[in-house]
Design a protein around this ligand. Structure first.
Ligand code: APR
Ligand code: PHB
Length: 389
């Protein structure tokens, strides 16, 4: 088999890249290790930047997003006593859209057959070869037979645990990492949200986030020590803790219900440089991880593939090399800014085990400054809605 670009991974990054390339007539095939159902079973964040929704609109894969997505004008920070509203629309003229990442993946998956985007699911032993040459290829086995796809380029969209990044020699790469000393315990429940906008709270007992998927489905998180296990957190204990951390005013509007999903996820900031080596490109979680504070993960995957698709289309349609040569630097410039925003919002809104009274006062002073300064709110708002491509 031969194509122009083999994409490894059918998460949001791989599927979106595949659609962007196919829309401009570039040939590509996606090779995914898991089944479609497995990919759709993963629950992740649900806030889309305008940059991301614009891409889906450009592709015409936005029908459900437009009918079911919730356009949000703002969000709140809470300091244990009050809500500080960030009027993102008033300050930037842009909304974010609350729409589950799983739903984005489903929409991209459903649109693939009609757009001649081939996705090979349940590919085993996916391996990358000859990235130092102009004729790289990917091998895997499927239904017991060995398969090989030759291409001009390989796009590694295989997430944090995928093989693509590891095929770049260590001598050509650099890694940057911060691991946070807590995890997020999340609960999904079919109950109406407690507030019509997201609330990120920093209470003396720790972090809490009130989010939603729809007007009938809520998503909440608290931070917990990494040693905690989900089984230690009954639904009741978690609702009690959320009510305390979100404060009495918000708690009065919380509707409790049984968890339809409950899990603990670690928090990490990670960047791999460069995002391009010879015939291999990296995009999305394959190259970087952000902590979920600010919900930048999927949005960064989308901006990466916006840059990468433009570079590959320029190469195949017009013989241009500049886009490809500049991809890593261009994508990383935006990646680092989102890393900075997620890291700073994480630092502002969480209690770190080593923090003392001084650090707490610093956080409260910063929140107080944000509450009183339009400039500070604008800086947060423009990062939250997404920096321009
Ligand atoms: N071969 C083929 N596919 C693989 C392999 C492999 N060896 N290893 C991993 N994959 C697949 C995974 O099964 C997954 O479907 O690559 C896909 C990577 O998808 P994500 O992890 O979702 O990463 P990405 O598409 O970059 O999405 C980034 O979405 O997943 C969230 O938290 C993530 O918000 C972030 C954004
Ligand atoms: C979510 O709804 O799951 C969510 C929202 C905002 C975040 C992280 C997760 O920052």
């Amino acid at each position: 088999m031969k194509t122009q670009v083999v994409i490894i991974g059918a998460g949001p990054a791989g599927l979106l890249l595949g659609h962007l390339l196919r829309a401009e007539g570039v040939d590509c095939i996606i090779v995914e290790r898991a089944s479609a159902d497995y990919v759709l079973g993963r629950i992740r964040a649900g806030v889309l930047e305008r940059t991301t929704t614009d891409l889906l609109e450009r592709l015409g894969i936005d029908e459900r997003l437009r009918s079911e997505g919730l356009l949000e004008d703002g969000f709140c920070l809470a300091d244990g006593e009050r809500l500080i509203r960030i009027d993102t629309f008033g300050l930037t003229g842009k909304h974010v859209t609350v729409y589950g990442q799983t739903e984005v993946t489903r929409d991209l998956m459903d649109a693939a057959p009609g757009r001649a985007l081939e996705v090979i699911y349940e590919a085993e032993d996916v391996a990358i070869h000859a990235i130092d040459s102009d004729a790289p290829f990917v091998s895997f086995s499927k239904d017991g037979s060995e398969r090989r796809i030759d291409a001009r380029f390989i796009a590694g969209c295989d997430g944090y645990h995928g093989p693509s990044r590891r095929s770049i020699p260590a001598s050509a790469a650099r890694e940057f990492e911060r691991v946070y000393p807590f995890g997020w315990l999340g609960i999904l429940a079919d109950v109406p949200p407690c507030h019509d906008e997201l609330i990120y709270a920093n209470h003396t007992r720790g972090f809490a986030l009130a989010s939603m998927r729809s007007m009938a489905r809520s998503r909440y998180y608290i931070d917990v020590p990494l040693t905690d296990r989900v089984e230690e957190w009954s639904d009741e204990r978690l609702w009690d803790e959320l009510a305390i951390r979100l404060g009495p005013e918000v708690a009065a509007h919380i509707t409790r219900g049984p968890a339809i999903e409950k899990s603990i996820a670690p928090l990490r900031s990670y960047v791999f440089e460069p995002m391009h080596h010879r015939s291999l490109f990296l995009a999305g979680d394959a190259a970087h991880i952000v902590p979920p504070t600010g919900a930048k993960g999927l949005n960064l995957a989308a901006s990466d593939v916006a840059y990468l698709s433009a570079a590959l289309i320029g190469y195949f349609q017009r013989g241009e090399n500049d886009g490809i040569a500049g991809y890593s630097a261009t994508a990383l410039a935006r990646v680092w800014k989102s890393e900075r925003f997620s890291w700073s919002l994480t630092n502002l809104m969480h209690r770190f085990p080593d923090d003392g009274p001084f650090e707490r006062r610093m956080q409260l002073a910063e929140l107080d400054y944000i509450a009183s300064s339009r400039a500070a709110q604008t800086a947060i708002a423009e990062n939250y809605v997404g920096l321009p491509l």
